[in-house]
Ligand binder design. Structure first.
Ligand code: NAP
Length: 246
């Protein structure tokens, strides 16, 4: 019997949910492989967790191929890299924001999954965890590209479950509501004051809360597939309906 630790690949591990998930899976004994564009951050995290860091841009075919070439076997893939850009109505939306969101959240996830499926199939059993969003279940004003991208992630998770049926590969989608990470700062192009507004007067989820959902689904026995987890702060009833104190 092999005593090699199982490998978990986490995209977008330089911040927020990806970083917290890397920590949670490392605590469970996984060898964590961290991908992101901000290499200084993932190198520091990899050193701390005894994992590996890879410069990864999921929008680049070459970058994804280079990552896959270095991973002979993987037990877990967490497709976490993602972002929203802006909150403009569709009629005044920006082409470059739309393209980045769709390239990253949809095509990036598809590319990484396709590239890593051979490595996932070399493990006795494996697990793909996709980070969706409540924006994959509901639409909201100003969310055109982001909501479309997360609806696509939900569809892709379901498609994979159908296509991989009969193989020991689980597919889980975790769909959070409001989580306080760098997400909002990225969405509002670095405007720190505006980035605080979604969280005003309520207690948002933390990245650790989402990492715990991923960890729980991954650590269940390999015959148990958690299809979908929707997780929101108690002060959030839907994508847009929240209770703010004061
Ligand atoms: P975050 O703190 O901004 O982290 C996003 C991560 O994605 C970063 O590590 C970033 O790394 C990485 N990333 C972005 N573009 C990338 C690219 N082209 N290639 C590789 N990595 C890339 O946001 P977060 O909240 O943790 O978001 C993680 C996931 O959760 C996303 O898919 C997001 O849509 C989803 N989500 C978040 C919330 C929320 O409220 N926060 C709610 C629902 C769903 P680099 O910049 O270093 O590349």
């Amino acid at each position: 019997m092999s005593h090699q630790p199982r490998t978990a690949v986490i995209t977008g591990a330089s911040a927020g949910i990806g970083e917290a998930t890397a920590r949670a899976l490392a605590r469970e004994g996984f060898h964590v492989v961290l991908g992101a564009r901000r290499v200084d951050r993932i190198e520091a995290l990899a050193a701390e967790l005894g994992g590996q860091a890879f410069s990864l841009d999921v929008t680049s075919k070459d970058s994804v191929a280079a990552l896959a070439a270095c991973i002979p076997q993987a037990s877990v893939l967490v497709n976490n890299a993602g972002l929203a850009l802006g909150l403009d109505p569709l009629e005044s939306g920006s082409d470059s924001d739309w393209e980045t969101v769709i390239e990253t959240n949809v095509l990036g996830l598809m590319r990484v999954t396709r590239a890593l499926l051979p490595a996932l199939q070399r493990a006795p059993h494996s697990h793909i965890v996709n980070l969706g969003s409540v924006a994959g279940w509901e639409s909201y004003k100003g969310g055109s590209a982001y909501c479309a991208s997360k609806h696509a992630v939900r569809s892709l998770s379901r498609t994979l479950r159908l296509e991989l049926l009969g193989r020991p590969i689980r597919v889980t989608e975790v769909s959070p509501g409001l989580v306080k990470t760098e997400f909002s700062l990225v969405r509002f192009h670095g405007d720190a004051a505006r980035a605080e507004t979604p969280y005003a007067g309520l207690q948002p989820l933390t990245a650790d809360d989402i990492a715990e959902c991923v960890r729980w689904a991954v650590m269940l026995p390999p015959h148990v597939n958690i299809d979908e987890i929707i997780v929101k702060p108690v002060a959030q009833a839907s994508a847009t309906v929240v209770h703010r104190a004061g």
